[in-house]
Design a protein around this ligand. Structure first.
Ligand code: NAD
Length: 479
C-alpha cells in the first residue's frame, strides 16, 4: 500500500476525484505515493476559502507573517536531506542537487520572513500646498500559482513565500508529474500558524485544474512558470479578464567561449550548465558559441570531459546526471538529436538511451557540432541533456549569434578580456548574464527573470518580487 496524499483546502485535507501514482524516473518500479486529483468543485472551494481568509490575513500583523515564514524556512532547512531525497526520487536530479534545491527553498522562506518587516512606502510633497501624499503597497488578493516539474520545491517556494509575506492568499497547483515536494511543502505550511484558507493546494492536470484556476473570477492574479505555449495562452486569458499576470518560461541560453578563455574553466562551466540537472533547467546553456581559435581544443576537451560523466540513479553516490524526468520528455530529447542530425549537425557524443540496472529514463548527454543558428536545434527549447555548438569567427559574431533567438532568459561568456566581458554584460539581450560562470545557478535574494519570449511581467525573487505581489496606492490628505 502506498501512502495517499490529499488536497489542502480551507485547512482540511480532502480527497479528490481519484489518485495517480508518483513514479520514480530512476526506477519505474518504485512508486513514491498516490496523489489525489482535485475536482472542479474543489478548485472552486479552494478559491472561496482563500477569498474568505483574505480580509484577516491581508490586515494581519507583519510579525505574525514573519514568524510563520521563518518557521516554514527553519523546518525545510532542518529536513533538507529528507526533502532533497524526495525531490531527487520524484524529479530525477542528483541527491546533491535535490538537497541544494531544498536548501534554497528554506532560504527563500527565511529571506521573505525578513521582507515582511522591510516593506516601505514614500511620503512626498504635493504640488498643491497643504496636502500630503503617501505612496504605499497593499496585497493584491488571491494569487493562483502554477508551477512546472523541474524545480518541484524551489519554484513553489519563490512564489508562495512573497505572496504570503505581502499579505496575499494562495491557491497553488503544482505540476502533476511531481506533486510530492509540493505536498510536503503544503504540509509544513499547514502547521506553521498560518490561518486556514490562506494557503491552499490543489493537485491535478493543467487542463483540468490549471485552466479553471486561471479563469476563476475569485482569483486576482496568476504567477506561472512553465512552457512558452501554456504561458502565452494564460497571458491572453488574464488579459481578457484584466488579471495581473507574471510568466517565467523557456530558454535557449547561449554560452559564448572566446579564444582567450581559460579552457578548463570554459569546459567545466559548459558541461555543468548544459548537462547537470539532466539539462532540465530553464537557465541551461543549450547553445555553445565558440570562436574559431579555441574551437578544436574546446571540442576535444568537451569530448574527454563528457566521456567521464556518470549517468545513473539519482539517489546513487558518485552520479553526475540523473534520469530524464518522464518518458515523453525523453522521447522529445531523443527526437531533437535526430532532428539536429537531419538538419546537418554532427553528433560528437552521447544521444542514446542508456540501459542501466533499474528501468529508468536514462540518456547519455548529447553534444552536436557543425550547427547553424537557423536550425531547429538552435531555435527551439529541448529541455533535456542536449546541447549544440555554433562556430563563429570572433566576439562580434558571437554576440550576434547569442542574441539570435526568440528567447532571452540567461547568457554566459567565458573570457579573460575585461573589454569583451563588459560589452557582453551590457549587450546580451537577456535578464541574467554570467561572466566565467555557468548560465544555470543563481542566488535566491536577487531578481530572476528574462526578456523576449522567456518572461512576461515583473521580476520574481529578491525584493523585486513586491512589484508583482503588491499593488501601489497613492493617498492624499488635506492637512
Ligand atoms: P508546462 O507549461 O507544460 O506546465 C507548467 C504548469 O502549467 C504545470 O503545472 C501544468 O500542469 C500547467 N498547465 C498546463 N496546461 C495548462 C493550462 N491550459 N492552463 C493552466 N495551467 C496549465 O511546463 P513544464 O513541462 O511543467 O515545465 C517545463 C517548462 O518550464 C520549460 O519550458 C522550462 O523552460 C520552463 N521553466 C521556466 C523557468 C523560468 O523561471 N523561466 C523555470 C523552470 C522551468
Amino acid at each position: 500500500m502506498t501512502q495517499k496524499h490529499d488536497n489542502l483546502i480551507g485547512g482540511q485535507w480532502l480527497a479528490g476525484s481519484n489518485y495517480t501514482p508518483n513514479i520514480n524516473p530512476s526506477n519505474l518500479a518504485d512508486v513514491i505515493g498516490d496523489y489525489t486529483q482535485a475536482s472542479a468543485e474543489q478548485l472552486d472551494a479552494a478559491v472561496q476559502a482563500a477569498r474568505a481568509a483574505f480580509p484577516a490575513w491581508s490586515t494581519s500583523g507583519i510579525q505574525a507573517r514573519a514568524d510563520a515564514l521563518d518557521k516554514i524556512g527553519t523546518e525545510i532547512l532542518a529536513r533538507r536531506e529528507e526533502l532533497g531525497t524526495l525531490l531527487s526520487r520524484e524529479e530525477g536530479k542528483t541527491k546533491a542537487e535535490g538537497i541544494g534545491e531544498a536548501t534554497r527553498a528554506g532560504n527563500i522562506f527565511k529571506f521573505f520572513a525578513g521582507e515582511c518587516l522591510r516593506l516601505t512606502g514614500e511620503v512626498v510633497p504635493s504640488v498643491r500646498p497643504g496636502i500630503g501624499v503617501e505612496i504605499t503597497r497593499e496585497p493584491v488578493g488571491v494569487i493562483g500559482i502554477i508551477t512546472p516539474w523541474n524545480f518541484p520545491i524551489a519554484i513553489p517556494a519563490w512564489k508562495i513565500a512573497p505572496a504570503l509575506a505581502y499579505g496575499n492568499c494562495v491557491v497553488m497547483k503544482p505540476a502533476d508529474l511531481v506533486p510530492g515536494c509540493a505536498w510536503a511543502l503544503a504540509e509544513i505550511i499547514s502547521r506553521s500558524g498560518i490561518p486556514a484558507g490562506v494557503f491552499n493546494l490543489v493537485m491535478g492536470r493543467g487542463s483540468v485544474i490549471g485552466d479553471p484556476l486561471v479563469n476563476h473570477p475569485g482569483v486576482d492574479a496568476i504567477s506561472f512558470t512553465g512552457s512558452q505555449g501554456v504561458g502565452s495562452r494564460i497571458a491572453q486569458q488574464c488579459a481578457v479578464n484584466l488579471k495581473k499576470v507574471q510568466l517565467e518560461m523557456g530558454g535557449k541560453n547561449p554560452q559564448v567561449i572566446l579564444d582567450d578563455a581559460d579552457l578548463a574553466q570554459a569546459v567545466e562551466l559548459s558541461v555543468q550548465s548544459a548537462f547537470f540537472s539532466t539539462g532540465q533547467r530553464c537557465t541551461a546553456s543549450s547553445r555553445l558559441i565558440v570562436t574559431e581559435g579555441i574551437y578544436p581544443k574546446f571540442i576535444e576537451a568537451m569530448k574527454a570531459r563528457m566521456a567521464g560523466l556518470k549517468v545513473g540513479d539519482a539517489l546513487a553516490a558518485g552520479i553526475d546526471i540523473g534520469p530524464v524526468s518522464s518518458l515523453s520528455q525523453l522521447e522529445q530529447d531523443m527526437s531533437y538529436v535526430d532532428i539536429g542530425q537531419a538538419e546537418g549537425a554532427v553528433l560528437l557524443a552521447g544521444g542514446e538511451r542508456l540501459k542501466l540496472s533499474t528501468d529508468g529514463f536514462f540518456m547519455a548527454p548529447a553534444l552536436l557540432t557543425d550547427t547553424t543558428a537557423d536550425m531547429r536545434i538552435n531555435r527551439e527549447e529541448v529541455f533535456g541533456p542536449v546541447a549544440s555548438i555554433i562556430r563563429v569567427k570572433g566576439y562580434e559574431e558571437a554576440l550576434l549569434e547569442a542574441n539570435n533567438t526568440p528567447f532571452g532568459l540567461a547568457a554566459g561568456i567565458a573570457t579573460t578580456s575585461l573589454k569583451h566581458a563588459t560589452h557582453f554584460k551590457r549587450h546580451s539581450q537577456v535578464g541574467m548574464v554570467m561572466v566565467n560562470l555557468p548560465t544555470a545557478g543563481v542566488d535566491y535574494h536577487v531578481p530572476f527573470g528574462g526578456r523576449k519570449g522567456s518572461s512576461y511581467g515583473s521580476r520574481e525573487q529578491g525584493r523585486y518580487a513586491q512589484e508583482f505581489f503588491t499593488i501601489v496606492k497613492t493617498a492624499y490628505t488635506l492637512a
